[in-house]
Design a protein around this ligand. Sequence first.
Ligand code: GLP
Length: 271
Amino acid sequence: MRLVILDTQKSVGEWAAKYVMKRIKDFQPGPDKFFRLGLPTGKTPLEMYKNLIEYQRQGKVSFKYVKTFNMDEYVDLPRDHMQSYHNFMYQNFFQHIDIDPKNVHILDGNASDLNAECERFEAEIVKAGGIELFIGGIGADGHIAFNEPGSSLVSRTRVKTLAEETLRGNASSFFDNDMSKVPKRALTVGCGTILDANEVMILITGAQKSFALYKTIEEGINHMWTASCLQQHKNVLLICDDDATLELRVKTVKYFKGLMSVHSKLIDETD
Ligand code: GLP
């Protein structure tokens, strides 16, 4: 596991975007070799999307040969609803880049058979060759995608009922602080789906996520903090700001800050 600690939320977004750009370029995607990218919604990745849009505009990266797979989507929220993850992704990213919409994959939370939709999504990932880089965030209760506390750490894409904490978090960020407006169920990739990716990159910012980061990396693997499943993955990159490290041991922070010159090389060529 690599932990990159940066000063601010803004620098987390910049660093993450540079990393994604470098991974896509190094992969040298083409018509017979698509880069498969797993993507999150939420406030945390917004700065990364902004930077990626800018890099694409400057011609530094292209999404022409990229296939995307989003982590999750609400159930029963119309696709064109302001807060649907479809809408979020098009407004904040896809409509500003050169991706072909046919290469965008987002779960359909309005499908008549939700279980079949989840199976179809898993099959699409396999058909595409698996996910090369899965990007995610974490909830304050340590959830990853919508794998709420107590989720199986080998779970696959499925329907989940959302936890109180998630409803509260998403209400305050996106639904006028009104919990009754937040859909109670969602479709989400499972922990197992995420762990199958070749690489997982997680963005964590703000003091409100610091306890979750501590539980994710400094304690044992535990299904009540589902992001801790990442300890079992061979290639994980966590990018956080200083505030998110508030609950970590000083020793842990010192150790990873000491490795910063090594980690900086991960994005070197794009500077
Ligand atoms: C939701 C999403 C997660 C996301 C989390 C944190 O619950 N399903 O994928 O990581 O919110 O979102 P934010 O970045 O807004 O804090």
